[in-house]
Design a protein around this ligand. Structure first.
Ligand SMILES: [Zn+2]
Length: 329
């Protein structure tokens, strides 16, 4: 089904405003308009192991720049310097093999009271290449058009050891499925039972020795504690749906991806944050792990996500932020 051309009309009205006033388009429009910039269809881009050979993970990265070089070297649709230009910073989080977990903050702006805090995470599973690449594409949009509508923390690659090895793998360097390593009541029995009996001890679903046994999950749990997000958006592949855990209204559709609840697994981030901490967790399952959606679809998912966030976080403006708000005169 062809989507209504809502965003094209927004784009043209925003453009008209810019052309006739010569003034920058203000906040709210930008979050929707921004996406039209690159709204030209292109064929899916292969996104798995390509020509470049990344350095071995046994040589730990020492800086955000060197980490970026390794990421660019691995992902076909992240072009030269595209990661570096995002100016990611060190979080303090380090993988099993010593790779840095990088992130970028898009903070509240003085002129705006943000609707809420959003934590966006790609690459929990190292062989889901598109889940990393698409977060970089969305960061490029935010770099250009962040208007302060939301306060973002963006982590494009939580599992660098899984991705940045010669043959990328779902698990981290300890062979742990990070998305089964988060705490829950009776973690030991719940995750063990599930792994042994429901997955037949599938090594790709190994939950680890104990909850948060892995440095990557340990770091993310602390980040959730400190940032206290109102929503967590996490990107996976290849189920081609939107999954959701949490108390609020799930998004019915993002781009061409429709809501389909595919289950809450013991030790998953959705279980931990969505069910236990009551933080809405939107899981975007891209249709292919090894190839990107078209530019149009990348933009459409983003626009729909921002609109859903706007509708669902609009009423959660905290009083402290209200007090800091300065209305434009
Ligand atoms: Zn995944």
């Amino acid at each position: 089904m062809k989507r209504p051309d809502l965003h094209n009309s927004l784009a043209s009205s925003a453009m008209t405003f810019l052309l006739f006033t010569g003034m920058p388009i203000q906040a709210a429009e930008l979050d929707e308009w921004e996406h039209r910039e690159e709204d030209t269809a292109q064929s899916a881009v292969a996104d798995n192991n390509h020509a470049h050979t990344p350095p071995e993970p046994s040589n730990p990265s020492k800086s955000a720049a060197s980490e970026c070089r390794r990421i660019e070297g691995k992902l076909a649709s992240i072009f030269q310097n595209e990661c570096l230009e995002r100016n990611l910073v060190i979080t303090g989080g380090v993988s099993v093999n010593g790779a840095l977990i990088l992130y970028k903050e898009y903070p509240p702006l003085p002129s705006r009271s943000p609707h809420g805090r959003v934590l966006l995470i790609g690459g929990i599973h190292g062989d889901e290449y598109s889940s990393v690449s698409i977060v970089f594409k969305w960061m490029k949009i935010l770099d250009k058009f962040h208007s302060g509508l939301f306060h973002w923390h963006v982590v494009p690659l939580l599992n660098p050891d899984g991705l940045l090895r010669e043959k990328s793998q779902r698990m981290n360097a300890n062979g742990v499925d990070l998305n089964r390593n988060f705490p829950m009541p009776d973690w030991d029995t719940e995750t063990a039972d599930y792994w042994l009996h429901r997955t037949d001890s599938d090594p790709r679903r190994y939950p680890g020795k104990s909850a948060l046994s892995e440095p990557e999950t340990h770091w993310l749990a602390r980040e959730i504690e400190q940032f206290n997000p109102d929503v967590i958006v996490t990107v996976h592949a290849p189920h081609g749906v939107v999954d959701y855990d949490g108390p609020k209204n799930a998004p019915y559709r993002l781009g061409r991806l429709y809501l389909s609840l595919i289950g809450t697994y013991p030790g998953s981030l959705g279980n931990y944050a969505g069910i236990q901490k009551h933080i809405p967790v939107v899981t975007i399952e891209l249709p292919y792990a090894g190839s990107m959606p078209t530019s149009t679809e990348i933009n459409n998912i983003w626009v729909d996500l921002v609109n859903w966030l706007r509708r669902n976080l609009g009423t959660q403006i905290r009083s402290v932020e209200k007090n800091q708000e300065t209305e434009p005169s």
